[in-house]
Design a protein around this ligand. Structure first.
Ligand code: C5P
Length: 234
């Protein structure tokens, strides 16, 4: 499969057509943004880490029964994926209070939630990805009830699998964001799972091992991304 014309360029990735209509090529960039694009920068080799980490995690999830868009890693920064139509939803899964949830509910960062929290946001940069609920999703026809049900079941299962996987590699999964897409009528996991889209804390020290190092200018950003990849590969 060859890389044909670019279909889309987002904040962290470019998507290209291939000769095969059912597959796209995704190229991961080093560009980093935070606070809905207000803060911009670059993290050296972030694209390599996120491409390899997403490939590894999507393969693991696929083996455990989660349908994903991942097909094949083809270079340090590129992978083939199924040509999904992305649903305009961001699904946030939270195990420990942090970020916008801690702020919104006045919780101390680090409070372990009694139950997993699932949130939906409407994927729209101009609106700042506002939080929505199931009623908004059906009223706006962002997804059907069956699709939302499938997304909830898969998100909770993915959380279980990722919590165990990261803990085996010395990392606590605080929260993360998922995106889903439609492929031949089926809802499947799409986008990426990486230190850009997860909060990961060192299991012993609670050191932040994710994009919060960039967001909050905590230093050692590049080294931390590399460390996360080498832990999960180890
Ligand atoms: O900022 P907030 O606390 O709502 O983020 C929750 C989780 O979702 C974090 O792991 C963050 O990295 C991720 N997220 C994301 N993309 C967004 C919003 C949040 O990957 N647009």
């Amino acid at each position: 499969m060859n890389k044909l014309e670019q279909l889309y360029e987002g904040k962290a990735k470019k998507v290209f057509k291939t000769e095969e209509p059912d597959y796209y090529l995704v190229e991961y960039k080093d560009d980093a943004t935070a606070f809905n694009g207000e803060k911009k920068g670059s993290i050296l080799d972030k694209g390599v880490v996120n491409n390899k980490m997403s490939a590894l995690l999507f393969q693991m999830l696929e083996e455990k029964g989660i349908p994903t868009h991942f097909e094949k890693l083809i270079s340090d920064r590129e992978q083939y994926v199924k040509a999904v139509k992305i649903l305009p939803l961001e699904v946030i899964v939270r195990n420990i209070a942090a970020g916008s949830l801690a702020k919104r509910l006045g919780l101390e960062e680090g409070v372990v939630m009694k139950e997993t929290v699932l949130e939906f946001c409407y994927k729209d940069d101009a609106l700042g990805d506002p939080m929505i609920n199931d009623y908004h999703i059906y009223a706006m026809e962002f997804a059907t009830k069956e699709q939302v049900e499938a997304i909830k079941v898969m998100s909770l299962k993915i959380n279980e699998l990722l919590l165990a996987f990261f803990l085996e590699h010395g990392l606590k999964l605080v929260d993360f964001k998922l995106e889903f897409g439609l492929f031949k009528g089926q809802v499947i996991l799409a986008d990426e799972i990486s230190p850009d889209t997860c909060r990961l804390w060192d299991a012993e020290t609670n050191k932040k091992m994710d994009k919060d190092r960039f967001r909050r200018d905590l230093g050692d950003v590049e080294q931390t991304y590399q460390e996360v990849l080498s832990r999960i590969q180890g």
